[in-house]
Design a protein around this ligand. Sequence first.
Ligand SMILES: Nc1ncnc2c1ncn2[C@@H]1O[C@H](COP(=O)(O)OP(=O)(O)OP(=O)(O)O)[C@@H](O)[C@H]1O
Length: 273
Amino acid sequence: MQHSIPTSTAPAKARAPIAIVNDPIVEVRGVTKKYGTSITALQNIDISFERGHLTSLLGPSGCGKTTLLKIVAGLLEPTAGEIRVNGKPVTGPGRERAFVFQDFALMPWASVIDNAAFGLKMQGTGKAEREERARHYINEVGLSGFEKKYPHELSGGMRQRVGLARALAVNADILLMDEPFSAVDEQTRRKFQEDLMRLREVENKTFLFVTHSIEEAVYVSDRIVMLSPRPGRISEIIDPAIPEGITADELRRDEAYLDTVERIWTGIKKYVE
Ligand SMILES: Nc1ncnc2c1ncn2[C@@H]1O[C@H](COP(=O)(O)OP(=O)(O)OP(=O)(O)O)[C@@H](O)[C@H]1O
């Protein structure tokens, strides 16, 4: 794991916290998003995301996590401000960004390989090449042998892996994941978290990841961006600095881990009735 930056920053009252980023791949500049006239989902968000890192967006329900992810994906337009990816303004979805939906958005009538190859097909990649790439990533996410199966023949965890294979196959640099683990059981979730961290190392991707789970965020993230609601703003930035090579069991007893989980919970609980 690559938790290189020490735990940092204190909650700022007057100004939003600023994260130090050496090599930004995504820059969010002064982004405000209003829905209609009465809902300000995000207000003046400034944040950069480090290339090759896994950053989690965490915060109470309704603080704008999904809205921010969709704006970065180019699926939603900000009311004010802009997003830059590799220094270029975002005007819509792009090849360098892949969105992994909460429900994995698989096509029920298509086999695993066709689902995994779907993004490539949309990009106009020829059949032979897209099947080869899809097979490679099906193998990478541990689904070899299931190429000809259909989504209804798979468990929730397996469907999720197909969604991830599809996102990896288009070779996007940035994977935007909206609560990718919410629909699977705890055991599958843990296995998948480990796989995700391995993939990040092997594939050298940048992950932006929305989660509701504090423990998950602290476990998998290089950096956690905490949002507060009404209107959504950045309230705190935390770099968990979990020791490298630690097992899941050791982690749950690790003092730094427990302190970070507690600190985040203290920040969130005032919003939870
Ligand atoms: N299409 C929409 N129209 C109107 N309001 C919306 C729309 N989408 C989101 N909102 C509102 O904007 C705010 C932020 O929503 P968003 O889904 O981004 O939050 P979230 O932090 O991802 O929430 P959750 O954790 O519950 O998924 C909420 O108050 C939500 O009700």
